[in-house]
Design a protein around this ligand. Structure first.
Ligand SMILES: Cc1ncc(COP(=O)(O)O)c(C=O)c1O
Length: 400
């Protein structure tokens, strides 16, 4: 008898749609249908990509040399520039051969867990977490071990928590600071303590540094392998141009790691996506070779908007919020408003609350359930001041 197999493999059938992209798509569809929707869903700067980067891409598009494949791990000059920029920005010394250019930072996350995990390997994952992390870990065969953190603790995991979760299957710690979705930034002494703990127990650290340049009010970014150099042989740094240079649509990221890891990830990429678009790599080269003036300007605007959003949210009865320290998100708790009548309905969780906010107030925010943190929701403040003010006012009006 012929074997009856499912149409979709169990592995892929188990993947959930990216909640952040789903919220963004719904908001954009409503907007296209003429609704006055304000979208706080997507994590992307509202600024255009700086001119000199766009010009580099235009020149590349006109040059037949850029109409061809590049080596799978990226243009040699781009890998070199990334190694140079990493030393400049985070103090971490690496060779160009340790860099693999990927289709955005998300692809670097995906590659990394494909390369590091065998079935059953445990990955320590502090929550609230970015929505793609658990899916990438699971797709790699790893088992996410979620470590909840609280607003009271600044949404930062402690060494004691990590140690309590450590088993003989623990292979990797996934670390991100500044954090999406919480906006938390770990102070250097905590970064160092976590790195030392990982080094002591031979645990790999995957550190996502994509928001390295977006910190506010005296909070500073620090890089684990710079503070704890002995971790370098078990460390993968993830990064990209998306957030620093307002280049989300260009799809250029990278991973930096030990040569065997980069070699294995390059082999994987050679059979899946091959090289990143040559023209996009030329744009990324102009970005990382250039200065940080554009990101400094964006950071000032984000700092102002983050404070404004934080103050407005904190004034809503039943809503509490950590003041954003980095990235461009507020992650308020809505626990205090659940179970009340809102817009003619009574939400029992933040999934329902976010639906009501979209249907009635025409405001799109992402429910905390997508980040392993029910009761919370994520609002990006990477949008213009007017929309930001109007959108939070609508939330305040419907909740008051
Ligand atoms: C923490 C974090 N890492 C990685 C990424 C990936 O960014 P991209 O794939 O756009 O380069 C994002 C994007 O939202 C992010 O928030």
């Amino acid at each position: 008898m012929a074997r009856i197999s499912a149409r979709i493999s169990a592995r892929i059938g188990a993947i959930k749609e990216s909640a952040t992209l789903a919220v963004d798509a719904k908001a954009k569809a409503l907007k296209a249908a003429g609704e006055n929707v304000i979208g706080f869903g997507a994590g992307e700067p509202d600024f255009p990509t700086p001119d000199h980067i766009v010009e580099a891409a235009v020149a590349a598009a006109r040059d037949p040399r850029f109409h061809r494949y590049t080596p799978t791990p990226g243009l040699p000059e781009l890998r070199e520039a990334i190694a140079h920029k990493t030393k400049r920005d985070s103090g971490y010394d690496c060779a160009p051969e340790q860099v693999l250019v990927t289709n955005g930072g998300k692809h670097a996350v995906y590659n990394t867990f494909q390369v590091l995990c065998d079935p059953g390997d445990e990955v320590l994952l502090p929550a609230p977490y970015w929505t793609s992390y658990p899916e990438c870990i699971t797709l790699g065969g790893g088992v996410p071990v979620v470590l909840p953190t609280t607003e009271l603790a600044g949404f930062r995991v402690t060494v004691d928590q990590l140690e309590a979760a450590r088993t003989n299957r623990t292979k990797v710690l996934l670390f991100v600071s500044p954090s999406n979705p919480t906006g938390a930034v770990y102070p250097p002494d905590e970064v160092e303590a976590i790195g030392r703990w990982a080094a002591e127990h031979d645990i790999w650290v995957v550190t996502d540094e994509i928001y390295e340049h977006l910190t506010y009010d005296g909070h500073v970014f620090s890089s684990i392998p710079t503070l704890v150099p002995e971790i370098a042989d078990r460390c993968v740094v993830l990064n990209g141009v998306a957030k620093t240079y307002a280049m989300t649509g260009w799809r250029v990221g990278w991973m930096i790691g030990p040569r065997d890891v980069i070699g294995a990830a390059t082999n994987l990429q050679s059979h899946s996506t091959s090289n990143v678009s040559n023209v996009a790599q030329a744009a990324a080269l102009a970005a990382v070779r250039g200065d940080l003036e554009a990101v400094a300007r964006m950071r000032d605007a984000f700092a102002r908007r983050g404070r404004m959003m934080y103050e407005m949210l904190s004034n809503i009865p039943g809503v509490t919020c950590l003041e954003p320290q980095g990235a461009f998100y507020c992650f308020p708790s809505f626990e205090g408003v659940l179970g009340r009548e809102i817009g003619g309905r009574t939400p029992n969780d933040t999934l329902e609350l976010c639906e009501i906010l979209l249907d009635v107030a025409k405001v799109a925010i992402v429910p905390g359930e997508a980040f392993g943190a029910p009761g919370y929701a994520r609002l990006s403040f990477a949008l213009g001041d007017d929309d930001l003010g109007e959108g939070v006012r609508r939330i305040a009006d419907i909740l008051s």
